[in-house]
Design a protein around this ligand. Sequence first.
Ligand code: TRP
Length: 453
Amino acid sequence: MKTRVLTGITTTGTPHLGNYVGAIRPAVAASWRDDVDAFYFMADYHALIKSDDPARIERSRLEIAATWLAAGLDPQKVTFYRQSDIPEIPELTWFLTCVTAKGLLNRAHAYKAAVDKNTEAGEDADAGVTAGLYMYPVLMAADILAFNANKVPVGRDQIQHIEMARDIAQRFNHIYGREFFALPEVVIEEQVATLPGLDGRKMSKSYDNTIPLFAGGQKHLRETIMRIVTDSRLPGEAKDPDSSSLFTIFRAFASEAESSAFRQALVDGIGWGEAKQVLFERIETDVAPMRESYDALMARPAVIEEILQEGAKKARAIAAPKVAELRDAIGLRSGVAIAPQAAAAKAAPKSDKPPRFASFRDGDGSFRFRLFSGDGEELLLSRAFADPKAAGALQKRIKQLGDSAVLAVESLSLALDLDGEQVAVTPTYHDEATRDEALSRLRAALDQLAAQE
Ligand code: TRP
């Protein structure tokens, strides 16, 4: 059996070398494996929590889709889609929201960090915190659980979110009494490198120290690499490869042999400028062909759109039946599938109480009665009588009918005929199956009444 691997990519910002090495490249490689059924999607609903700039959201979605495709993602093999094209995800988010403890969300790192920051600044604890940020983990759980993903590869900062998804899944399973959701497992890629950025700290948009993957083209890539901070050793002086960002980045692209040659060159005193050129050329060898397809894709957004629409179709073929199953399980059922009366009768514990009549006066002063089952389901409504005694006489006769009762099947109801005259009718049912079930309950009730006589 294939393992379903799923991960989301928040569509803010423009992909950089750190994203490529740390997330895109390993994910693309994993998607080629035959034992993996990969689901990769753009978390553009999550992006809205971080950005309210429509142009940026639009651009980032496009750039990120093009990046993943250019990096070798095969949309035939992988289910590649946008979160916002799957309406089942926000629907499931609400179902999960209703079983998620608020206290669980209070403990989410990102929310707590915002609260701590506010508290330190003497502000209201929730100042500037949207409900979107607060709900972030539930939306993420829905992303995962809608597809029953087994493995979720993420960065370390996301571990808590996967744990919360498991928590929420377990709670839902427990409340509704079935294993609706597989419990997702977090996968941390230990061997993938985290790249240092221009200043030596982890490459990250929040440090503004990134080297772009495609943006700006070859020239910009080279210029940015030339800005990597080094120590002040001169050409001819030995450099320490293990404390050099250049070497760490180089190694993330190169083979063992290439890496040891570069290490030797540094030890032998290659100048930093020259070393940066070596690094640039090595990266460019990998990036150039990808950049070419990236540019081609960016020039034809309609092609990307078509690929994503195909992906959404594949994804919805899985999420839609899942959510339909859940709707049914939680009681959001079609009124047509089960008539309210039948549902009540099914749900109520079977009592041994005998059927009973209930008489009443109609608005126009006439007399009628209903026959109820012991469970309280309405079985029959009599015709109107001017004289209450006539109504009472009919009740008496009905009690004696037993299996001699003549029940005429109307389209979605039944009628009781006596002496060729329709004297009582059942409620209208929502479909024939429900009507037929009601018929057998009515027969049983009439038998029970006759047995008492
Ligand atoms: N929150 C993730 C991140 O910032 C992105 C994401 C959204 C995700 N939904 C997901 C990752 C579902 C894995 C599974 O990296």
